[in-house]
Design a protein. Sequence first.
Length: 1042
Amino acid sequence: MAFFKWGYTLSSNRYDDWIRLELDKIAVYVKPESPDWIVPSASGDRLLQNIIASGGRNTTDERQGRPSIYGDADFSSIVRESQFLSLLKSPDIADYKGRGQALSLTALKECWLHITNKCNLACRHCLFSCSSRTSETMDFDMISSIVSQAYTLGTRIFYLTGGEPMVHPDFQDICRLILDEHADTMLVILTNGILIPEYRAFLKSLPGDRLFLQVSLDGLEDANDALRGTGSFAKTTAGLAVLEQLNIITTLSMVVHPDNFFQMAEMVRLGAKFSVDSIHYMWLLTTGRASSQPAVPMDELFNNLVQCHGLAAAHNLTIDNITNLSTRVFSTPGTKYDLGNAGWESLALDPGGKIYPTPALIGREKTVCGHISQGLEMVWKNSDALSSLRRLSIKDDAVYEANPLKYIVGGGDIDHSFLTGGAYMGHDPYVPLYNRLALWLMIESARITEEQPWPQIRRKMGERLLHCVQNGEGVAFTHSNCVLTFADTHGVVGQFYSAAAEDENTDITNPVCYPDPEISHIPKAARIRSYGCGSPVLDAGVSPGEIVVDLGSGAGVECYIAARKAGSRGRVIGIDMLDNMLALARQSLDDVADRLGYRNVDFKKGFLEQLPLDDNTADVVISNCVINLSEDKRQTFSEILRILKPGGRIFISDVVTDDPCPPEIQNDAKLRGECLSGALVQPHLISILESAGFSRIRIVKRFFYKEVLGHKFYSITYTAFRSLPPEKSRILYPGPYAAVMTDDGDLLLRGQSSEANWPYDAWGDTSIFKLDPMGNVANIEAVNACSCEVAPTPVRKDTSGTQAAPAHETDQRFQHDCMLCGKPLVYLKEDRLEVCVFCKNEYLANAVCEDGHFVCDHCHGEDMVDVVKHICAHTDATDMIDLMNQLRSHQSFPLHGPEHHFAVPGVITAVYRNLGGDITDKDITTAIDRGCSVPGGVCAFWGTCGAAVGAGIAFGVILKSTPLVPGARQIVQKVSEAIIHDLNQASAARCCQREVWTTFKAVARLSKIHLPLTLKAQGDVQCRQQGKNRECIREECPYFKV
């Protein structure tokens, strides 16, 4: 049965060699020779299939010469297609001549010691037909010599197998020899577990962090005992119980047999019961006592394995077979996995000292490579049999070469191939299973990305990295299917930065010099070891009261800089995976707190892919040259989005490239620690951010960083937001480009206003203009210096009989403080006569500016009266705060002033009507006109507040109150009184924004009691004027941080 379908080759000069595969109707595209793979969205799949159907021609590139598959007018589709196709770049790969020419012997990393053929069981499917009657055993002196020679050649992992290794008379001495002679060796024991209780005290004495046991158990009691002998299940599970008590790293291994495959899932449950670390399924080798056994159907194996994977995840276990294959599926693009490591990095020896490529081939005379008496190094380097094996390559085998996934699955297992067909290549019957599992892993990993209607890449090879090859080459090996794997990318990165925590590493020292004022509160010792490629904390605009999260916080420098900016009401959380980095960062906690006068920094241990924080925690997430180190970048950005509050932002510095790195760079462990190997291609980074759900993505800075092997790397700082729900607004793109496209696909032509989505959190973005109902730009501060007519010169009466001076002739007015010159106001202790600088009429004044300018209330508000009347009469707003914010965003509306006094009753009556209340345009105008009569400064000079009076005015209009209507008159007074009470809770100078927002919240509460319908005040109350209001009470204000 075919497990997937192959499609056609894309034969254009930009998309050569991509092949379409399919599993369960989901497409995966593979580039076999690179190798590389993507899982596209359904729309992306259709686009690529259209390219195939057109003979490899790119419909996007040829748009001018032929019709669009989406229609010529759909510009957003053209952009989306171009973005998608630009991501299909793969690393440049040199012509491959096979692993024999690409690699050379460097280290014999592992050595398998088949120390005895004797066993305390006689399993029906035993590969070596071992039992208690077979007695050949490896001499201890030979073992000692082998271990010494192997260690010298680079071996650090030793395996003990058999037979049953624990029946060897020198078992304890062998373990001590391997683990005690050297501090960097690991010992893996493959055992049936029966003798573990007898060795309990001995096993407890061994270094637990370097000891691994793989225990064989072939199903539950009925199935296991039928295969391995009556009573063996009980004895083995007793051994598992001891291992659980000793907390020894344990894998439970099961040979999948026609008589037990239906119990694969039960082995997961059993493993969870004994707290094992992983489950390993051994695919039946049809030789030895198993030579007459029929194979388990591949469909059954696949379905059971997938079921077991989900069950294992629920029990916090792993399935070795899937983990092993995952390291290849989720490796670096361009890396070729070309057969196993046998003869290159691994050798096996039988009890008599004969040397074989793998432990499974022991006893097969055709595979003997030499004898230990010749010297391990001599055999390893010069054996004709091993040299021939090393020259073999997938590219030379017709069967494996035809597999599009050949360099991802790594061909087949040489043991299965040899024992099935008598040759090391071309005969592994389980290759279809590997292929299907590989596709399943790719597709499952893509589920993290929500499907969009446009062409997108949901997953791409290299985004997730579970294995760092570390050899700096583009060719790697698969591992023996007999046992678990050990390496991970966190370990590689951890070693690099752990050393950096103890000794300064100039290869990764941050090139940015922090300004002294930013770091004056940080101990000098903590400033030295700051590693990265930028300084996002200086670009993030951290405000007092914000919660900041620093990913990969290292020595804590950025955290401590953010601590000062966030203030005593804010909070800073540093996340790092390394204990010694966290310890280094925490050394400065007390000193920084003493110098700042408060403590607001905390450090937590965690991985980028699983952040130890609740949803909606952070206002700002920063990171300095760390995301490139993540083993799953798409998952990392998903986690960042999760912990961000809606409207929250990221500011991240990291290393990127313009083109994919060759595998020689990607597989260099040192370059990975230096933030180079894991660098994303810049357009791919943007694509991942967008797919994760970020919006308003923008590159803030970009600098050349380094060049390695002719490949350039760049340090960039970028920002993006977790979106708030957008609103449809009238917007205008001012230029300078002919057009731009929004994240929602709206095309904005230069100079043309149109309806489009406007993010609620985009007020600070001035690249697009948001227009108010009058057509004014609402999201920027500007002074209206235009006058299309000359107003009549006001004249005031003068007792002397002379004519007054003409009014001030400019219409330029400042938005806060003095409307003429912008200087601060000075409130007078006593009213005095002053002449208005605009109308030249004389009034009693209670305030002038520092230069003595006086502006009367009429001139202060005359520009806005008609605007407020027009907007309130025509708005469809149903929330008072939203409508007030719209009015205040008008370029002529001041920061403070009596304009708020007439705006409040206008807003309340307008929203009341839009919610169904009985209000006319005349009623709204009446409310605004009455508000115009409330002068500025009443909050201090009259003992009330203009906003509270304005609310009373609105209730009076709604309730038709007059001095002779007792009930309505009483309600109006209660409303004003209740609002004054709320406003009086803050001991602060006037802030008209704070007071109108508080007024509207009180009005909403009071409307439930006094009006026939409830008014709404749930709009945005995030303050954005702290930098403009000199009297801002900052953290004491309820709206300073919401």
